[in-house]
Design a binder for this molecule. Structure first.
Ligand code: PD2
Ligand code: ZN
Length: 171
C-alpha cells in the first residue's frame, strides 16, 4: 500500500469549513493521498475485511487515505466529524452524510514519536505496524471526547492509512 501511495502523495489538505473547499493547513504537515474505494484487488480485500470487523457497510466507507510523516511532521489535535456550525459543511455532507467513525491503521513504525494522541483522555496510542486505533462519535460534538492528533515524528518516518465511515453510502 505504501508503494502504491508514494507516487501520488501531495501535501495534505483539510476541508475548509467556511466554503467546503480544501486548503493547506499548517497544523497538518504530513503528505497524503486518497485511493478510490475498490480501486485495486488489495484495497477491495482490505475494505471488505474492515467492513466485516467493524460491522459497517463497505459502501459507507470513504476511500482509504494514506498519510506520510517525515521527522517534525505532525497533525495537531482535531475532530474528524464536520462541524455543523460551519457554512461549508452542508456541501461536504451531500456525499454520504456525517463521518461517524475513524480507523487509523499503522503501516510502519517510526523510530521515535508519531503516536496518536487523545488529549481529553490522556491517552496516546503507539504506532505499531499491523495495529490500528478505532474510535466512533455518535454526534458531531466535543462531548464525544474524540479530539485526537498525530504527535510529531521525532526520528524515522510514519505511514498510516485512515478509513472514515459515513452515515450513508459514500459515492
Ligand atoms: O496519523 C495519525 O496518527 C492521525 C492522527 C489524527 C491521523 C488522523 N488524525 C486522521 O487521519 O484523521
Ligand atoms: Zn483525525
Amino acid at each position: 500500500m505504501i508503494e502504491a501511495a508514494r507516487p501520488r502523495l501531495a501535501r495534505s489538505l483539510t476541508v475548509q469549513t467556511q466554503t467546503g473547499g480544501e486548503e493547506l493547513n499548517p497544523d497538518r504537515t504530513s503528505s497524503g493521498m486518497f485511493f478510490q474505494r475498490g480501486e485495486s484487488e488489495l484495497l477491495a480485500r482490505l475494505e471488505a475485511r474492515i467492513a466485516h470487523l467493524l460491522r459497517w457497510p463497505v459502501e459507507n466507507g470513504e476511500g482509504l487515505q494514506v498519510l506520510h510523516y517525515r521527522p517534525g511532521a505532525e497533525y495537531k489535535p482535531h475532530y474528524d466529524y464536520f462541524d455543523p456550525g460551519e457554512p461549508g459543511t452542508a456541501k461536504v455532507l451531500q456525499r454520504g452524510g456525517q463521518r461517524l467513525a475513524t480507523l487509523v491503521m499503522y503501516l510502519n513504525e517510526p523510530q521515535q514519536g508519531g503516536g496518536t494522541t487523545f488529549p481529553d483522555l490522556g491517552l496516546e496510542v503507539a504506532p505499531q505496524r499491523g495495529n490500528a486505533v478505532f474510535f466512533s462519535y455518535d454526534r458531531p460534538s466535543p462531548a464525544t471526547r474524540t479530539l485526537h492528533g498525530g504527535a510529531p515524528v521525532v526520528a524515522g518516518e510514519k505511514w498510516v492509512a485512515t478509513k472514515w465511515l459515513r452515515e450513508r453510502e459514500f459515492k
